[in-house]
Write a protein that binds this ligand. Sequence first.
Ligand SMILES: *Cc1c(COP(=O)(O)O)cnc(C)c1O
Length: 366
Amino acid sequence: MTTPTRVLNFSAGPAVLPLPVLEEIQRDLVALPGVGMSILEVSHRSKAFEDILAKTEADIRALANIPANYKVLFLQGGASTQFSMVPMNLLGAGQTADYIDCGSWADKAIKEAKKVGTVNVSGSSKADNYSHLPNSADLKFTPGAAYVHITNNNTIEGTEYKTLPDVGGAPIVNDTSSDMFSRPIDIAKHGLIYAGAQKNLGPAGVTLVIIREDMLARAAAVQKTLPTMLSYAVHAENTSMYNTPPTFSIYAVGLVVQWLQKNGGLPAMLAVNERKAGKLYAEIDRTGFYRGTAKKEDRSLMNVTFRLSTEDLEKKFVKESTAAGLDGLKGHRSVGGMRASIYNAFPESGIDTLVAFMQEFERKNG
Ligand SMILES: *Cc1c(COP(=O)(O)O)cnc(C)c1O
């Protein structure tokens, strides 16, 4: 079988996957070794799948150093369902949840939480089109808040928390959909972490949730009043097997995690990601032709957003880059401009190709 030529995929998600992972999926797709069935056919109640699930969880625990008092769950419905599950499970009557409004996804999370309970927006950069993170010194937290919700990486605007903000004593709930496992993560500083897989972890269809046991106890207290499928306690009690889990997606995430381990784990990933993003930002800053849209200190290593002097020139850039095999550089429809999503699996050589394209484009149009 010949592999068709692959373009450079700068999509924000679903996004590029490591080639060795795709090749392993391809090799084993018709029959998993020792099983004789495709991962697409295997029962979730089979020993074969139970082993895959257990190994995937164990590998994630090892990779991210997850303490024993945290549960690892594999859920469905994407990060968007977590926008509702978090307050439904963790925001009790009479309590307030604090949210940092640092990007378009945070804004969506806030809207969902407001349907469930009382929300305090601790700080916002919306007035500046989320071009920076809200200033830490200006954040106002509610004493005794149920939790503080943050978005670690703002996929659309291209900003990222490199260190967690000081939120007082409340548990942090972190949407890490677009930078999970791109750098070491201090799990113990969190009450709950969630990430849709399709950006940095694997294919679409599974959402990783890491929840501390005391948060789970809160979730258990409201379990009876919640729709069963929206209860963390139900999923935890059933080790993500209350109903049919997304078997293929979990298998693929498992392979991605093995690939991360083989490549040196999270510290090594951070070093590569810093180098990759560094090259791209250096090109953006080299002359005035390109303009980075995120404040320098807050720039994301995962989603690099930039603009050109006119929208016509931006259209031309997108058209010509696509034709040159650099796919998905058009920015999110809500903000325009360009966005290069350069997740873990995006090859460093692809950054060099983009930089060369940018230099040539500037030479012709500058
Ligand atoms: C993509 C994204 C979401 C939404 O994810 P879905 O899985 O499509 O629901 C939420 N938060 C962030 C930070 C994202 O990047």
